[in-house]
Each structure stands twice: as structure tokens, then as C-alpha cells.
Write a protein that binds this ligand. Structure first.
Ligand code: ADP
Ligand code: MG
Length: 726
């Protein structure tokens, strides 16, 4: 006996993680002995040939550990057999019963119906595809164990195409001893296969071969389970595990992994910033003469908050490394003039500035503002819009390439298309950053490369987001906040009214316009159809024109040519239109301080960010403004809450905080737009409380454990998909 036991098996290949495969006589001959088991290719696992490895690679699974970080979406409980009588429609469960009846019937299609019973009730199994062998097996008296989703069918509860096996043969299967993980959809790789593979990968974990890259000091503070415990738990939760807690992603094991993932993303962005800032840029520290002249020409003085943000920007610009700064400020906080003063720093040093806006309309508006401010300084401002074509476009492109004659260029993302070349670009300003992603910013940086120097980047956003979230989403940026509105603005009063009280609103408009004020009426966005949206706006325009004789009622919608739309907006701005009926095109558009009333129809259908942006079109002057949110009953709960938030606060940060609660950060930021990648376990809103500790941990890692960072990134973000080229 002892003899036999000590002899290594000669014909079986046992691949114990951490040791050389047993069939290899000379361990030194194993390829790369320093490669830890979790980093070995999946082909080192049993049953993984080239074909499967290829499919797995498409899912981003290349090393053994990638399997461990492919985390289940949900779980099935196959740890116990459920009495058929207690089964409800929608349950996914294991049942066991004896076949009472099996027959092939034709109901539209040929199908096999098998009725099983366990004494507590009966259940029908329905097969549309079945072999003769199956049919022979599923006969009266056979005992079956089945798994599937019960649903209500014509014969009572049924399971269509259950997984099943005979329960009465020798070697009857035990129930599972842990909850069964269900992994994210994985093309071409069956769940069963993934379970076998993750089981093998877990064997490595149990032997503690997956390195914990978080230093113990950090972990001690977290009071969360170790990596090994966490991974084991999430892949194979024990019977009786709290499925609801798991489904909510709130189990400590999941939080442990979420923490690590958030940390990896944070580190990735931080490294990206470091990398960019290691590049050279032109230091821009002019005497400030142009800026001084602009300031004297302005009708107002900057607010303290504007001055602070500007000082941050100017300090960055003076450095020989590229600025990466985000200026956050509520609608109407006056970001544009801060951008203009920053631009002048570059211009005064003889460089070009590109200002990028998310829409043509906004680009046009910026062009107007900049032109108004810079023309008296004899600085031409070019607009590279979609409307500019042919020769005129070519001439503009040539001038931009030549450099100094066009110090400031405004446009949409078209600014960064092929064919646009800047002669001496030193500063890129991006407005409404949340619509551009990290990757677009990267592209833009390459665009500016001139003489081996990279442009400074100033990003402005009117989507105020809570600080911790900002530090996560924008970890690659420094952040300044303009947290003060220009003086003399009276907070906008917001009222919420049912549509039925439309007539009252019409009276309000009449009263406001009688005082020489102007008003907006915003018609609903109809996503499915431009045509319907346009018709609705036309109808509203006609109705209001009829109801308000003597008032000049204008109309602006997305279907109009930009020139026409601009003409209407301009007329409104000049005060030649009293009431502007518009679709949501005005969301990021006109700045008309004399407009004091905003009516928003079907407000219940709009998101908080959009409502807040629209409301920001009024309250821009000294006079008291109001915003009327009209809704169509019945209100859903989320809609009611949104309207409530609008009524309660005018503060963009507060609106955004509540928006975060109601919707989660994915939607708040627009996951794709921010370039924040989809995460495997973490969810920003749910795990937001971890963020301060994630940030602190990132500092510790950067300072004291820089060598661990690459491993963490490899694990969570993978080799292919990184922010930038870290
Ligand atoms: P936003 O931050 O939403 O882009 P804008 O830059 O469009 O805001 O500014 C809104 C309005 O406030 C503009 O009419 C602008 O000229 C004006 N403004 C900006 N700064 C001040 C200030 N310090 N005092 C008074 N008005 C200001
Ligand atoms: Mg703006």
C-alpha cells in the first residue's frame, strides 16, 4: 500500500497549480517557471484546446486568472430539491418526480409531453426537440431530476426543455453543494463548460496561488474578506447564501472585489494623467495685457469663484507640462468668459486655441461670444462649422494650418477630423465634456502635437457631479469648481402643474410679456419621430399664437435649417419675439437675460439633468424668473420624484446628487461618453461609499507599491482595453 501511494501516477497528467505538471521529470524544463499559475494561459487547464482557447480569448479570457475575474451575473439554487407543489411560475428550481405519462402530441408542432409527480403536485415537461433515445428513457415509472424555469402552461405549471437526468439509476447524482453560478453571456462557450473551468481556476485560488496585490496594511482597514475568500464565495456561494444580498451586489465578498476593481480603474486613470503630464507642453505665462483689455471691456467683474478657477488654469498653463483641468460649474455660472481669458494667455504667447463644442448650435454661440469679446482686441475668431464648405472651407483650413492669422478656432468635434491641421496649437478647450470620452480627448491630444509639444487641455462641464464621483470619473483630470453664480441673480421659482391648468399659464405669459419680459415654451422631445415632434411644436405654436393675440410668437425646432433657427434665436435675443416656442434644441443655446418665464411641457418625460439645463435658460438677469413644469397625469413614481427635486432646489450639484440617487452614475455621466469602462463587479452608485477609500488606497499604491499596479490593471482592465496607452 504505502509503496503504491508514493509512486507518482505515470499516465495521468495532474496539473497542480504552483507546481510543475507531474509528468514533467525535470521541473527546470517547464516553460517559464517564474510564471505564477494564475497567469498561465488557459490552455494549461484540462480540456482547453486551441478551439476553446480561441473562443475564450474573444471574451478577453487568456490567462487562468481571467476566469476568476469573469464573475457570475446571477445564481441558481440547485442545492435542494423543491416539492413540486410549492413551485410557482417564474421559479428556477430543481424538482424530482416520477413519470406518470409521456406522449407525443401534435399541437401546431410535434412535441413530447411528460408529466411527472412527486406526491405534492404534478408538472409537465415539454420538449419540442427530442431524440428517439430520449423518448425511450422518458417512460412511465422513470424517476427524473429536472432543473428549469417553471411557467404557467395550458396544462398547469410546466418546464420547457428542462435539464434533466434519471434519478433512479445507480450513481444517482447528489444535489449541488453550492449555488450554481450563471456567467455573463459568453458566445459559444456553454455555462457548464465555464463552471468546469472556473472550478479548475478556483482550485488554484484555494491553494492561495492568486496573489493579492493589495498590501495587508490597506486590507486591514477595509474589514472586507480576503481576495481568496471573496473569489471562492462569489463563484460558489454555499447553500443558504443570501441570494438577495448577492443579487443586490451588496455581499462583502462582492464589495471586496468591487473595491479592487474601482481601485484598478482609478489607478489606470491616474497613470494616464501622469503619462500625459510627463510630455512637454509650451509654458504659457504672458504679461496678460490682452486679458486685461478684455476685462476692462466686460460689463461685469468676475465672481470670486470664476477668479479662483481662472487662477488654477493660468497656473497650469504656466507649466511646461500639459494642463488637464476640468472646470465644473452650474448653468449660468459663467464658464465661457473664464475660457476666453485662458485662451488669451495662449494667444498672447503667439499660439492657437481650439474650442470644441458638442453641437453646431453651441459652437455658433461660442463663436459669437468669443468674436464679440476678441474682435475689439483685433483677434479674429474662426468658426469651422459643417455649413462651411468648398472654397471657403479650404481657405479656413489653410489659414488654420498657417497658424498665427487664426488665433482662435471654434467648432464641433469636426475640428479634430482628418484634414484639419493646426499650425501652432497650444490650448484645446472642450465644452460640455461629458459628451466626449477619455478616448476622444486622447485623439485630440495627438492632433495638437507640434514641434514635439502637446497642447494644454481645458474641459468645461455644466454637469456638476458630486465630488467623489468626479474624482472617480475624472481621475485623469484636475478639477476646479465654479460654485457661485454671478451676483444679482434671483433664484428661479419652480412650480409643477398638471396640463389641465394650461390656461393659467397662458395668462402668466401674457402678464410677463406685458411687463416687457420674454418667455420660452418648450415642447416635448419625441424621440421616435422628428416629424411628430415638429408637428407638435407647430401645433403648439399655432395654439399659443391664437391664444395670445398681440404677442409675437416665434418657433424654433430641430428640423429648421441652422440659418433659420439662428435667425429666430437672434430675433428672440434682440427682443423682437416675445414668446419662443421651441423643442429641446434650446437646451444648450440662447442666453437671453430678459427671458424670465420658462414653460416645459411633458416635463415628466425629461431627465433631471435636462430639466435643470432648460431651467438654466431663465434667471440669467436680475429680474425674478419662474419655471413652470407641466405634466400629464398619471405620474410614475420616478417622474414624481424628479419633479419634486426640481421644485426643491436650484442648485445644480444638489440636482445632480439626487439624479445620482435616482438613476445611478452610469446614466448620469453616460458611461460611454465619459469613457468610464463598464465594470465587472463594481457599480458606481451602489458602491459610491467605497470611493473615498479607493482614492486613499490609490495614493498608497502609487507612493508605496508602484510595482503592484501593473498586476492589478492586468487583472481588472485586461491587456487590450486601457485608458490611453498605459
Ligand atoms: P455657463 O457657465 O452656463 O456657460 P455663461 O458663460 O454662458 O454660463 O454665462 C452666463 C451669462 O452670465 C452670460 O450672459 C455671461 O456673460 C454672464 N456672466 C458671466 N460671468 C459673469 C459675472 N461675473 N457677472 C455677471 N455676469 C456674468
Ligand atoms: Mg456654457
Amino acid at each position: 500500500m504505502p509503496e503504491r501511494a508514493s509512486r507518482p501516477p505515470s499516465d495521468t497528467v495532474v496539473c497542480t497549480p504552483g507546481s510543475a505538471p507531474a509528468h514533467v521529470r525535470n521541473p527546470a524544463a517547464v516553460a517559464k517557471p517564474e510564471v505564477p499559475p494564475e497567469l498561465r494561459p488557459v490552455t494549461t487547464l484540462k480540456g482547453v484546446g486551441d478551439a476553446l482557447a480561441f473562443k475564450l480569448a474573444k471574451l478577453g479570457i487568456e490567462a487562468v486568472q481571467d476566469l476568476l475575474f469573469l464573475l457570475p451575473n446571477r445564481y441558481e439554487d440547485r442545492t435542494r430539491i423543491v416539492p413540486i407543489g410549492s413551485l410557482r411560475a417564474g421559479d428556477r428550481a430543481v424538482v424530482e418526480g416520477e413519470v406518470q405519462l409521456a406522449e407525443v402530441v401534435f399541437r401546431k408542432r410535434r412535441q413530447l409531453l411528460v408529466r411527472i409527480a412527486d406526491g405534492s403536485g404534478f408538472l409537465t415537461l415539454r420538449f419540442f426537440y427530442f431524440t428517439a433515445a430520449q423518448q425511450a428513457q422518458l417512460v412511465r415509472g422513470a424517476k427524473l431530476r429536472c432543473f428549469g424555469e417553471a411557467r404557467r402552461g395550458s396544462l398547469g405549471l410546466e418546464i420547457v426543455h428542462p435539464e434533466y437526468r434519471r434519478a433512479d439509476v445507480t450513481d444517482a447524482q447528489r444535489t449541488e453543494d453550492s449555488l450554481t453560478p450563471v456567467y455573463p453571456t459568453t458566445e459559444g462557450v456553454q455555462q457548464g463548460r465555464l463552471r468546469i473551468l472556473t472550478a479548475q481556476a478556483l482550485a488554484a485560488v484555494e491553494n492561495r496561488h492568486v496573489r493579492d496585490w493589495l498590501p495587508p496594511t490597506l486590507l486591514a482597514d477595509l474589514e472586507l474578506p480576503s481576495l481568496v475568500e471573496a473569489l471562492t464565495y462569489v463563484h460558489r456561494p454555499p447553500p443558504g447564501a443570501d441570494v438577495e444580498l448577492l443579487a443586490a451586489g451588496a455581499h462583502p465578498a462582492q464589495r471586496r472585489l468591487a473595491f479592487e476593481e474601482l481601485l484598478a480603474h482609478q489607478l489606470s486613470l491616474r497613470l494616464l494623467r501622469r503619462e500625459i503630464q510627463a510630455d512637454p507642453a509650451w509654458p504659457l505665462a504672458p504679461p496678460g495685457e490682452l486679458a486685461a483689455r478684455l476685462r476692462t471691456n466686460l460689463a461685469f467683474a468676475l465672481t470670486g469663484a470664476q477668479e479662483r478657477a481662472l487662477a488654477d488654469v493660468l497656473a497650469d498653463l504656466a507649466k511646461p507640462s500639459p494642463m488637464l483641468r476640468l472646470v465644473q460649474g452650474d448653468v449660468g455660472s459663467g464658464k465661457t468668459v473664464v475660457a476666453a481669458l485662458a485662451a488669451l494667455a495662449a494667444v498672447e504667447c503667439g499660439f492657437q486655441v481650439a474650442l470644441m463644442a458638442p453641437t453646431e448650435l453651441l459652437a455658433e454661440q461660442h463663436h459669437q461670444n468669443f468674436d464679440r469679446w476678441l474682435r475689439p482686441l483685433r483677434l479674429p475668431v474662426a468658426l469651422l462649422s459643417g455649413k462651411l464648405t468648398g472654397r471657403a472651407r479650404q481657405a479656413t483650413l489653410d489659414a488654420i494650418r498657417a497658424g498665427a492669422d487664426v488665433p482662435v478656432v471654434v467648432g464641433t468635434h469636426a475640428l479634430f477630423q482628418e484634414g484639419v491641421r493646426f499650425g501652432k496649437l497650444a490650448l484645446v478647450i472642450v465644452d460640455e465634456q461629458h459628451r466626449f470620452g477619455v478616448h476622444q480627448r486622447m485623439a485630440l491630444r495627438e492632433k495638437g502635437l507640434a514641434d514635439g509639444r502637446f497642447p494644454h487641455q481645458l474641459i468645461m462641464t455644466a454637469t456638476p457631479i458630486p465630488r467623489t464621483l468626479a474624482m472617480t470619473a475624472y481621475a485623469d483630470l484636475d478639477v476646479s469648481v465654479i460654485d457661485e453664480l454671478p451676483p444679482g441673480r434671483t433664484p428661479v421659482k419652480t412650480v409643477v402643474l398638471p396640463e389641465a391648468r394650461r390656461d393659467e399659464i397662458v395668462q402668466r405669459i401674457r402678464a410677463a410679456c406685458a411687463e416687457g419680459r420674454q418667455a420660452y415654451w418648450v415642447c416635448p422631445l419625441i424621440e421616435e419621430s422628428d416629424e411628430l415632434e415638429y408637428q407638435a411644436a407647430e401645433a403648439t405654436h399655432a395654439a399659443l399664437t391664437g391664444a395670445l393675440p398681440g404677442l409675437r410668437v416665434g418657433l424654433a425646432h430641430g428640423r429648421m435649417t441652422p440659418a433659420k433657427k439662428e435667425a429666430v434665436m437672434a430675433a428672440f435675443k434682440r427682443g423682437e419675439i416675445d414668446l419662443l416656442v421651441a423643442t429641446t434644441v434650446i437646451e444648450v443655446g440662447v442666453d437671453v437675460p430678459n427671458a424670465t418665464l420658462m414653460v416645459i411641457e411633458n416635463a415628466e418625460r425629461m431627465g433631471l439633468a435636462q430639466l435643470h439645463q432648460l431651467r438654466g435658460r431663465v434667471g440669467r438677469g436680475a429680474a425674478e424668473s419662474s419655471c413652470v413644469l407641466l405634466y400629464r397625469a398619471p405620474l410614475s413614481n420616478p417622474a414624481r420624484e424628479r419633479l419634486q427635486v426640481m421644485r426643491e432646489t436650484n442648485d445644480g450639484f444638489e440636482v445632480s446628487r439626487r439624479d445620482l440617487e435616482l438613476r445611478g452614475p452610469g446614466e448620469l455621466l453616460g458611461t460611454r461618453q465619459t469613457g468610464l469602462m463598464t465594470m465587472k463587479v463594481a457599480e458606481l452608485s451602489r458602491d459610491a461609499d467605497l470611493l473615498p477609500r479607493v482614492q486613499a488606497a490609490a495614493e498608497v499604491m502609487l507612493d508605496r507599491h508602484p510595482d503592484n499596479i501593473g498586476h492589478l490593471l492586468r487583472r481588472w482592465i485586461g491587456a487590450r482595453e486601457r485608458y490611453g496607452k498605459v
